[in-house]
Design a protein around this ligand. Structure first.
Ligand code: ZN
Ligand code: ZN
Length: 444
């Protein structure tokens, strides 16, 4: 009932707008919707996070929210728990808007009143604490906000908008699965694909929008180093896999320093090293879990080839027999391609937002990390894609942290905390403006 009343209010406020929707009108409409409808929805999502690929209740709620938008056709269980809403509004471009909806296996210690206390069995059946520690709750609330605005402003644009609530971003699998479930074939091939991510390192009220590569390619690699077990007091009788694997770990960093061009970003991180059972036993196996990052395919392939060569040759160097050399496995299902923002669309949106808000809306994103995203999997050939960041921390808090005050918690931290209201509002406004511009009615 509450939803119905605010939907009516929203329609009334939208239809009262002048022929052209000004950014100020839109800001007012989103702010009004926040106070009457979106705030409790965001609160609900924040309190009730779900893990990757098991976002069952979140998906059901997103389906319900999108169905409540007049004219929306909603399909559930696309590529697992994915939800797709299609809003057809006459001839014109097809625009895909994406929000990812999964939380993380992190116990929330943000101190927020609506902190999550949820525990859930993950996709392998292991119970975990769950938290929206990456801010995906702002993305899905923002997607609902955008859908409600665009429905209310239907006479201002012409085209089709595909709303995608995507599962399993944190395991880099959800977008791929939705595509494998024939997303384009079933709901239409988009001309444009747009998504945004809240960023705790960026000030509220700003966006980070850049051309070219904004997220890196990522690969998950397992290295198994066989050994020959022996007594710890007689190393000459065995082959010590801990020693050999340690040499591999060291050599991988040397490989980046000596074989990858200095101006090509590349990271190899050995995140886990498991071997052995007791002080005086030489183990028969060591296992390394590795993440690999690059900004282009050529560098990525060079890194993967290098990891294979160094692992195998290090095994040979220390005398492992030919049938017991290290084995390198690249997990194809956990692979991410780089996100490359389309130049033309990025420039068009940049001009649009500069006109709407002035240059103060833009913040510089310093890329000092090689994070990955699976949004680019939704951007097929011939589709112009842009993925941008929306500020999540008040400038004062960022300034205080810089001056030695309390640090701003990073994404995936138990302390992670963003200004959800600011992110949802600006995310929804910028996404709505993008559609109003890209699908503008001729002559408007
Ligand atoms: Zn994340
Ligand atoms: Zn995220």
């Amino acid at each position: 009932m509450k939803g119905l009343i605010s939907a009516i209010l929203l329609t009334a406020s939208a239809s009262a707008m002048a022929a052209d929707v000004t950014p100020a009108d839109l800001e007012k409409a989103v702010a009004q919707d926040w106070s009457t409808y979106l705030a409790p929805l965001y609160d609900h999502f924040h309190r009730n996070p779900e893990l990757s690929a098991v976002e069952v209740n979140t998906a059901a709620r997103m389906a319900k929210e999108l169905r409540a938008v007049k004219g929306m056709e909603v399909t559930e269980k696309v590529g697992g728990t994915g939800v797709v809403g299609v809003l057809k509004n006459g001839p014109g471009p097809v625009i895909l808007l994406r929000a990812d909806m999964d939380g993380l296996p992190v116990e929330e210690k943000s101190g927020l009143a609506n902190a999550s206390k949820v525990r859930q069995k993950d996709r392998s059946g292991v119970e975990q604490p769950v938290m929206h520690a990456c801010g995906h709750d702002t993305h899905i609330t923002g997607l609902v906000a955008t859908a409600r605005q665009l429905a209310a402003l239907k006479d201002k644009w012409s085209g089709t908008v595909i709303f995608v609530a995507q599962p399993a971003e944190e395991i880099v699998g959800g977008a791929k699965k939705m595509m494998a479930d024939n997303l384009y074939q079933r709901f239409g091939k988009p001309d444009y694909a747009i998504g945004w991510h809240v960023a705790s390192a960026l000030p509220t009220g700003t966006i980070g929008l850049a051309e070219g590569v904004t997220y890196s390619a990522a690969d998950t690699v397992d290295i198994v180093v066989p050994g020959i077990g022996a007594h710890g007091a007689s190393p000459q009788s065995g082959k010590d896999p801990i020693f050999i694997a340690s040499d591999i770990v060291q050599s991988l960093q040397g490989f980046i320093g000596r074989e990858i061009a200095p101006l090509k970003p590349a990271v190899i991180t050995v995140g886990a090293f498991h071997a052995g059972s007791k002080h005086n036993i030489i183990s028969d196996k060591a296992e390394l879990s590795v993440t690999v990052r690059a900004d282009d395919l050529e560098t990525r392939n060079k890194l993967i080839d290098g990891i294979k060569r160094i692992s195998v040759q290090t095994g040979r160097k220390w005398g492992l027999p030919e049938d017991k050399l290290p084995i390198v496995t690249v997990r194809e299902d956990e692979r991410a391609i780089p996100n490359i923002n389309d130049t033309e669309l990025t420039r068009r949106l940049h001009a649009l937002y500069a006109k709407a808000y002035g240059d103060k809306i833009f913040t510089t994103v310093t890329r000092d990390s090689m994070g990955a995203e699976d949004f680019p999997y939704l951007v097929g050939p011939g589709v112009k894609g842009v993925y941008y960041n929306v500020g999540g921390t008040p400038q004062a808090a960022l300034d205080a942290a810089k001056a030695g005050g309390p640090p701003v918690p990073s994404h995936h931290s138990p302390l992670f905390k963003v200004d959800g209201e600011a992110a949802v509002k600006l995310g929804a406004q910028t996404m709505t403006l993008a559609v109003l511009d890209l699908a503008a009615k001729p002559g408007s």
